[in-house]
Design a protein around this ligand. Structure first.
Ligand SMILES: Nc1ncnc2c1ncn2[C@@H]1O[C@H](COP(=O)(O)OP(=O)(O)OP(=O)(O)O)[C@@H](O)[C@H]1O
Ligand SMILES: [Mg+2]
Length: 608
């Protein structure tokens, strides 16, 4: 009988390990840049082709590698960074597993050029799918250039799993931003398909943030600084009035490394509570310095998660640090979120006390509850018109003195049956649910879910051919984005155009919005786009398939009336009618129900 247990060949083991460390071009890019940082480089060039699928090349002016080291670097657990387990606990560099290059070389064609400073000649290495192809002397500049070609060329399953180039490019840029934000004194240039996309000069942290996120960031952030014997917090937080509907610029770094930390994110969000409206997100760039012994590193293959030994203490320390930063800069306005520019910073005089912030948020805010549509527009029947017309948008009716059609033009909603006088009775419960008698008993509608369904179907109608009424804006609006969101908007630009958003990339992570759906009030254009992007990112996490479907869902969710919105009886009626004009009135967008019916029999049962 022959033995059946055998060791996996290294190439297979590396492929498996690669699966954990390298999920996509962005993760390979991250590992390469981190290595360059560890090698002490202060000028790094990144060259991407096809969002990194075809090529990721990172060129640095760091220490370089000797002939032998360059070869060794591709062995698993080859690392120059730790020698003993003890070193792990005192770690300040990015690398420690000695696994990244071996993983990358297992699933790509890799070409290394490296020369140590002071040497006359460098070395060149070619490796393909863990197979060593050649090593030869080469003349090259000091430092290291690593080119990763055709990622996943030998793992079709993973290659097929990759998303569109725009999505993958966005991931690359996100990874890049995180490293760039921890190393403002390092110059970076990022090229994509031969075009320079991001150029960052050496500077300080504030300049780096401004360079990455747009010129006007300068006035949008205030410093945060706090220190105890065990922990130091520094960085910047966004002023509340610039909080966005997208989560874009939220960064934690621990000892120079980007991490995710939902719990600490909550601490910041909590410090902003009452200062920003629900559903918006403050920007922050927060840097922790802690004794490496106080954190648990190495709990996650991509090294973005970390455990603090005393997370609860850090939570409250962080929260008060953020609040203190507001106090120092006297961010104590009466905030009117819609009037962004009204906010000014007035420095505190000695002896002044900090007045707790008071907030004015319109609780009945609804995107639809705005001015009446332009009269001239009334006779056009475009897709957007329907979307924003009184039939579709119950909220508008309160302000419009118009005859409300009892039913949608398509079909009489069967479930909403009239009372004797032909008018159904609608009751709103908890400003959230609509209750009305129907033939079979009693119907309850979730107003927000219902409205989402209505909007979604209208948007899908537009995608399937009905023309939206786009209107040139009197003054173009500017949409300021992070580099990652810029990539996202680029990805969505054609579809947004179909929906009536006429946008031009103005460079510097800005889009000029020149035109918008005819009935979307100008002051809602930017916030609608921002909220939609945020929702779209949430959608992206789900399994749903098509981009247009995701976009329609995202936009519907961002525009739907909220819970806690009081509705007039006619508005409820219109909502119900519009709902029953939908092709799938009962289904909400997330697999649940928009409505429930309790039948007369069920009622009778209840009273037995
Ligand atoms: N750009 C570079 N310049 C100089 N040396 C490098 C460079 N890239 C890699 N190396 C050398 O190759 C070794 C292996 O790199 P690799 O990324 O695989 O492991 P690591 O950085 O030590 O740990 P990790 O797997 O956590 O990234 C490094 O320890 C370093 O000595
Ligand atoms: Mg490394």
């Amino acid at each position: 009988m022959s033995d059946i247990i055998h060791l996996l060949p290294d190439s297979v083991a590396n492929q498996i390990a690669a699966g954990e460390v390298i999920q996509r071009p962005g993760s390979a890019l991250k590992e390469l840049i981190e290595n360059s940082m560890d090698a002490g480089a202060d000028d790094i060039q990144i060259i991407l082709k096809e969002a990194g699928r075809a090529l990721i090349r990172v060129v640095d002016n760091g220490s370089g590698m000797s002939e032998a080291d360059a070869r060794m670097a591709f062995e698993r657990h080859a690392t120059s960074k730790i020698a003993t387990a003890q070193d792990l606990f005192a770690l300040r560099s990015f690398g420690f597993r000695g696994e990244a290059l071996a993983s990358i070389a297992a699933i790509a064609q890799v070409e290394v050029l490296s020369k140590m400073s002071g040497n006359d000649i460098g070395t060149k290495i070619l490796i393909e799918g863990s197979k060593f192809i050649e090593q030869s002397p080469a003349s090259c500049p000091e430092g290291t250039s690593i080119a990763v070609k055709n990622l996943f060329f030998n793992v079709p399953a993973r290659r097929n799993f990759l998303k569109s180039n725009n999505v993958e490019l966005r991931h690359c840029i996100e990874e890049f931003q995180r490293v760039a934000l921890t190393n403002p004194t390092v110059a970076f240039t990022l090229y994509h398909n031969d075009k320079p996309v991001i150029q960052l000069k050496k500077g300080n942290l504030k300049q780096r943030i401004v360079n990455l996120f747009g010129g006007n960031f300068d006035e949008k952030i205030v410093p945060v600084n706090a220190e105890t014997t065990r922990i130091k917090i520094s960085g910047f937080i966004g002023k509340p009035q610039y909080a966005k509907r997208t989560k874009g610029e939220q960064f934690f770094f621990v000892n120079g490394r980007f991490i995710r930390h939902p719990y600490l994110n909550h601490a910041v969000q909590n410090a902003f509570e009452d200062l920003i409206p629900e559903g918006s997100f403050p920007s922050y760039f927060i840097y922790f310095e802690v004794d490496p012994a106080d954190i648990d590193v190495n709990i996650h293959p991509t090294k973005t998660e970390i455990n603090f030994l005393d997370a609860r203490l850090i939570y409250s320390f962080l929260r008060s640090a953020v609040k203190q930063a507001f106090g120092k800069f006297s961010i104590t306005p009466t905030l009117d979120f819609n009037a962004e520019q009204s906010f000014t910073v007035s420095p505190l005089r000695p002896g002044d006390s900090v007045i707790p912030p008071t907030v004015k948020i319109d609780p009945s805010y609804s995107p639809f509850n705005t001015s009446a549509p332009d009269k001239d527009q009334k006779n056009k029947t475009t897709g957007w018109e329907q979307l924003f017309s009184p039939d579709r948008f119950p909220g508008v009716q309160q302000e419009l003195d118009v005859q409300i059609p009892l039913t949608d033009n398509k079909e009489e909603p069967i479930a909403v049956s009239g009372e004797e006088n032909g008018c159904a009775t609608f009751i709103q419960i908890y400003n959230r649910y609509i209750v009305t008698p129907v033939k079979s008993g009693m119907m309850m509608i979730d107003q927000r879910k219902a409205h989402q369904r209505i909007l979604y179907e209208s948007l899908m109608e537009i995608f399937s051919g009905s023309k939206p009424g786009s209107q040139q804006l009197l003054f173009p609006e500017t949409l300021h984005l992070s580099a990652a969101d810029t990539a996202l908007v680029t990805e969505l630009q054609n579809d947004l155009q179909l929906l009536g958003f006429d946008m031009v990339n103005a460079g510097n992570n800005c889009f000029m919005v020149n035109g918008a759906p005819a009935d979307l009030p100008q002051e809602m254009v930017i916030q609608t786009l921002e909220k939609t992007l945020e929702e779209f990112k949430n959608e992206s996490g789900k399994t749903t398939t098509q981009r247009q479907i995701k976009l329609a869902r995202a936009m519907a969710k961002s525009m739907a009336i909220r819970d806690k919105k009081k509705l007039a009886p006619e508005e409820m009626q219109t909502l119900a009618n519009s709902l029953f004009a939908c092709s799938a009135p009962e289904n909400d967008l997330d697999g649940g129900k928009t409505l429930q019916i309790i039948t007369v029999q069920q009622l009778a049962e209840m009273f037995k």
